[in-house]
Design a protein around this ligand. Structure first.
Ligand code: NDP
Length: 326
């Protein structure tokens, strides 16, 4: 029997957590032969709700789900976790400044970084979804001194998948026919969805669509897609966000396909001139639990200015929470 993988999900009673837990438990994240143990961590006010999620998981009779732990105690929630998916975060309330949101969430993610450091597996891999995801990942990593910062990532996979969907529609192809999409930067309006390296059935995307279309339609649509969904649904994206979590972790754990890459927000190491000290989205390839930033892509003046804008925003976010970094 394979050893079960322990997956912690914070904010598990929320919209994204609810959409995610069942997919992890049914084998979509690690494959149909890999048992899992779910540790669903919530705040005390949401414990009753997360018990409901636990009951529904039980009622699914999922053969790969070996155990479910429901708790509001981070020491129990993160115990021996192999993967920690940090979704729970304070939402922006009416009249709240962006700076206040960053500061409020910084407290949550510094405490979670410490709890992960003290209780999770030394090999844990962390994905931050709760916003502002990139800066929350930076704070969590910096509060986990015994772990390598490379074990902490933030999610830009939903933006990546949205970009694949839009390019597939525009070129009348399947998403499976498109390779080498990239999201650069922050998971925010300054993100830079970049189709310039994409191949559509082996043909460069810019032989099929114009740069003007990319600048005037594609880039702003991906940047604003979250708002477009809220407008249509009256709620923020949840199923697609959960789907992106599954994709992010599956590729990280099991690898990316040959000849393709995915977008992940990871600690900067100087690649593409983005200096160390922030968590920035890059094209990466993954193999057996490790990732490498794809090197050597051409960055023209237009792309450089977009990368710089997102870097600047992330440095400003960092400055707000500097006192929580170690
Ligand atoms: P959701 O499950 O809808 O969203 C959770 C977080 O994911 C938010 O920060 C949200 O950001 C973020 N997010 C990142 N990417 C996306 C995306 N593409 N689309 C939508 N959201 C995205 O929130 P709920 O309010 O339904 O659930 C949150 C849960 O977290 C609750 O159950 C609550 O009890 C728990 N919680 C835990 C806290 C803690 O651990 N201390 C603190 C506060 C809440 P954005 O808000 O910008 O959309």
């Amino acid at each position: 029997m394979k050893t079960p993988i322990k997956v912690t999900i914070t904010g598990a009673a929320g919209h994204i957590g609810y959409a995610l837990a069942f997919r992890v438990a049914s084998g979509e994240m690690f494959g149909p032969k890999q048992p899992v143990i779910l540790r669903l961590l919530e705040i005390p006010q949401a414990l009753s709700s997360v018990h409901g999620v636990g009951m529904e998981l039980e009622d699914c009779a999922l053969p790969l789900l070996y155990d479910t732990v429901l708790t509001d105690d981070p020491a129990i929630g993160f115990r021996e976790a192999d993967y920690a998916i940090l979704i729970g975060a304070k939402p922006r309330s009416k009249g709240m400044e962006r700076k206040d949101l960053i500061t409020e969430n910084a407290k949550i993610f510094s405490a979670q970084g410490r709890a992960i450091n003290d209780h999770a597996s030394g090999d844990v891999r962390v994905l931050v979804v709760g916003n502002p995801a990139n800066t929350n990942a930076l704070i969590a990593a910096s509060n986990a001194p015994d772990l390598n910062p490379r074990q902490f990532t933030a999610m830009t996979r939903l933006d990546h998948n949205r970009a694949l969907g839009q390019l597939a529609n525009k070129t009348n192809n399947l998403v499976a026919d498109i390779k080498r999409m990239t999201i650069w930067g922050n998971h925010s309006m300054t993100q830079f969805p970049d189709a310039s390296n994409c191949l559509v059935n082996g043909t460069p995307a810019y032989d099929l669509v114009s740069r003007d279309w990319a600048i005037d339609h594609f880039i702003p649509r991906i940047q604003r897609r979250g708002a477009e969904i809220i407008e249509a649904r009256g709620l923020s994206s949840a199923a697609s966000a959960a789907d992106a979590v599954v994709d992010h972790v599956r590729n990280w754990a099991l690898g990316t396909p040959e000849g393709d890459w995915v977008s992940m927000s990871v600690p900067t190491d100087g690649s593409y001139g983005i200096e160390e000290g922030i968590v920035f989205s890059f094209p990466v390839t993954c193999k057996a639990g490790n990732y490498e930033i794809v090197q050597g892509l051409e960055i023209d003046d237009f792309s450089r200015s977009r990368l710089r804008a997102s870097e600047k925003e992330l440095r400003e976010e960092r400055a707000i929470i500097e006192d929580l970094l170690h």
